[in-house]
Design a protein around this ligand. Structure first.
Ligand code: NAP
Length: 320
């Protein structure tokens, strides 16, 4: 009798999830993270064309929800340009919504999604997976304990290697090199406690694209601390996802490999494997169970500000 009661309670805790947009990130991260969490159940997915093995898939969200009315929450893993349309349908259907990063193509759209979810009484998560990288919290703590002189972000990767066939990235609303770059800004806005303002941005946009392929950006906190960011989508050879921090006293911290490795004054403090999505999904489960939302738009606001004050510089056309 006791055992029966216990399993009933455990089952009640399980959140039934559907995925929409069965592309790279859904398959690489969402599917295994949901399946490895006993509090979550992956029910089905929807995508116009992709049919990954082992997932019950439908053409549209409406078809998926009709076939599986038990789905309580939907993770939206589409490109950002269609995020609002899809998220609105999810919310109007009364389901909780997990938004891949970036939460939408514009601040206005993201705010609307947040407000629609609040009005409907469902939970919304604007997910920032890089904030769950293992060394981010230790970096935040270290920075909170001393005056900081400067922060330098270097995020350089080969778009041909990491984003093959993803033409949406260079279309309007796709954000170009800010698609991975916004991950660094999600870490930045976690480890720096003050407001970050964009002072200057050079946006190198290929003549046949709508979004930048390289960006150099100068930022500053409201208290005057200098922040520099260098983004490059054409990096061959060594790939770099690092943040270099220097304290007023000259101590040096390096957060590298997207936040999985931490070095302070040349000494390795942490070197771990990436496990970001398990933390992210545990957070989403908590939000749903506590009836709350988490929609922090600060990384998206920095990208928007870069587009507002940035100088457009024509770059050679991009051919994949
Ligand atoms: P992707 O491989 O191009 O996958 C996007 C998927 O969305 C495609 O499978 C596509 O469907 C589907 N889709 C497009 N329009 C749709 C619509 N109207 N309704 C439903 N599904 C639609 O891109 P991705 O790399 O997975 O990236 C998706 C999002 O995740 C982006 O916002 C990206 O920033 C974020 N993200 C990506 C990574 C990464 O490493 N790739 C990491 C973290 C976050 P079909 O294939 O069926 O046509």
């Amino acid at each position: 009798m006791f055992g029966f009661g216990k399993s009933k309670v455990q089952k009640k805790n399980v959140l039934k999830i559907g995925l929409i947009g069965l592309g790279k990130i859904a398959v690489d991260q969402h599917v295994p993270s949901i399946r490895s969490n006993p509090n979550l159940e992956l029910v089905a997915g929807a995508s116009p064309g992709s049919r990954p093995e082992g997932i019950k898939a439908y053409n549209t969200l409406a078809e998926m929800l009709k076939a599986h009315p038990e789905i309580e929450a939907v993770a939206v893993c589409t490109p950002p340009q269609v995020r609002l349309k899809v998220a609105r349908e999810v919310i109007e259907a009364g389901r909780h919504v997990f938004l891949e990063k970036p939460p939408a193509a514009t601040i206005g759209e993201a705010e609307l999604i947040r407000d629609l979810a609040a009005a409907k009484g469902v939970s919304a998560l604007a997910s920032w997976h890089s904030r769950y990288a293992p060394a981010v919290e230790a970096t935040r703590k270290w920075m909170g304990e001393r005056p900081i002189k400067s922060v330098h972000i270097v995020w350089k990767e080969n778009v041909r290697q990491w984003h093959p066939g993803q033409t949406w990235i260079f279309e309007a609303g796709g954000m170009g090199v800010f698609d991975p770059g916004i991950n660094s800004l999600s870490i930045l806005t976690r480890i720096v406690r003050d407001t970050v303002l964009v002072k200057k941005a050079d946006l190198h946009i290929p003549s046949n694209c709508d979004a930048p392929i390289q960006v150099e950006m100068d930022m500053q906190t409201d208290k005057g601390m200098a922040i520099r960011a260098d983004y490059d989508f054409l990096q061959t050879g060594v790939q770099t996802w690092s943040i270099f921090v220097e304290s007023e006293a000259g101590e040096k911290l390096t957060l590298s490999m997207g936040g999985t490795e931490l070095e302070i004054d040349g000494k390795t403090i942490m070197k771990e494997k990436e496990a970001e999505y398990s933390g992210l999904y545990a957070h989403f489960h908590d939000l749903v169970k506590s009836g709350t939302s988490d929609v922090d738009l600060s990384p998206l606001r920095i990208v928007a500000d870069a587009f507002m004050v940035g100088k457009r510089i024509e770059a050679p056309s991009y051919i994949e």
